[in-house]
Design a protein around this ligand. Structure first.
Ligand code: NAD
Length: 330
């Protein structure tokens, strides 16, 4: 079994090397991301491993198939970047890493929420310049406030438990209800409109699919509480960016924390400090004092990287032994 890892960056390479050392699998790393031009690098590889910014559209998958690739081992939980129907048609098997650490992402969502509420970046900026004035840094107690959790799966469940610990009231929206969250943590399921209208803070933890694309738009921003805090660590396109900007500009949204962005593929994971960026909407968001953006690194903990690497190799080993991996994507 020979596998080409695309988009490998320094932060994950030691974890992948360590996990790969124990198996009879030939591993090649490239920093190149997968696209129509780089797909030919996979010539004579049995498998490729992809990250969220890689292009796994039908065109690219067709080239991979021509190169002899049979398996796609994702290094992510989300698989919205893979054209699954094309993969199915071409007979390419896909496996993801569904459960590497829901804690990493939920904890990052909480970090964004707290940093925004307590104005930590502004405070740090002031103190760094020896300005110890605290005017304008007033936040609010999380205790007693209502948090709306969109998507109460693995990550949303951890988020629910953490926010319960803060003494928050909890509203949930999901197509599948979780009894434990209702019984033990007092989460009340609601319609999406009820959640939007009743929450002081909203945290998004649903996958991106055809039903969640632009789920939060102008109409729903219109019924939210004035000054609501929105946190999105799921996928950028779940929120319609243009409507998000409008809701920030008219102060419907009081604060926004995002680890993901609708058009993040163009810039995230890259150092654009010398070239600058062309995306005007992103530039506007970055310039807003009540917006805190991280570049898709909610997953970036040592535990998560270890689990990702182990699961990727387990999936590849399963294929090597003619088995279907437990995390095969349908
Ligand atoms: P999960 O599958 O355990 O949970 C997702 C939940 O969303 C499920 O309960 C599901 O029923 C619900 N859902 C699906 N469609 C829905 C819809 N139309 N409306 C409402 N709810 C819906 O997934 P998870 O592990 O909790 O991950 C959630 C998402 O977080 C992933 O799909 C991925 O996009 C994102 N993620 C981001 C990072 C990051 O680094 N920022 C890392 C991992 C995952």
């Amino acid at each position: 079994m020979k596998i080409l890892f695309y988009s490998v960056r320094a932060f994950e390479k030691p974890y992948l090397q360590n996990a790969g050392n124990h198996h009879d699998i030939q591993v090649v790393f490239t920093e190149e991301s997968l696209d129509p031009d780089t797909a030919v690098l996979a010539l004579n590889f049995d498998a490729v491993s992809l990250f969220t910014g890689d292009d796994a559209s039908a065109t690219v998958l067709e080239i991979l198939k021509e190169m002899g690739v049979k398996y796609i081992a994702l290094r992510s939980a989300g698989y919205d970047h893979v054209n699954l129907s094309a993969a199915g048609r071409l007979g390419l098997e896909v496996a993801n890493v569904p459960d590497y650490s829901p804690y990493a992402i939920a904890e990052h969502a909480v970090a964004l929420l707290l940093a925004l509420n307590r104005r930590l970046t502004e405070s740090h900026k002031r103190v760094s310049g020896f300005n110890f004035n605290i005017n304008g840094l007033t936040g609010f107690d999380l205790h007693g406030k209502t948090v709306g959790i969109i998507g109460t799966g693995r990550i949303g469940s951890v988020m629910t438990k953490i926010m319960h610990g803060f003494g928050c009231k909890l509203l949930g929206y999901d197509i599948h209800e979780n009894d434990e969250l209702q019984q033990k943590y007092g989460l009340r399921y609601a319609t999406l409109r009820q959640l939007c209208a009743g929450a002081d803070m909203i945290s998004v933890h649903a996958p991106l699919n055809k039903d969640t694309y632009h789920l939060l738009d102008r109409e729903l921003f219109g019924i939210m509480r004035k000054g609501v805090t929105i946190i999105n660590t799921a996928r950028g396109a779940i929120i319609k960016t243009e409507d998000l900007l409008e809701a920030l500009e008219n102060s419907t949204i009081g604060a926004l924390g995002m680890d993901v962005y609708e058009r993040e593929k163009e810039v995230f994971f890259k150092d654009c400090s010398k070239t600058g960026i062309e995306d005007m909407a992103l530039k506007k968001l970055i310039g807003m004092p009540n917006v805190l953006i991280t570049s898709h690194h909610a997953f970036l903990t040592a535990e998560a990287l270890t689990n990702i690497a182990d699961t990727v190799f387990q999936n590849v080993l399963d294929w090597q032994h003619g088995k279907s991996p437990a995390s095969k994507v349908p």
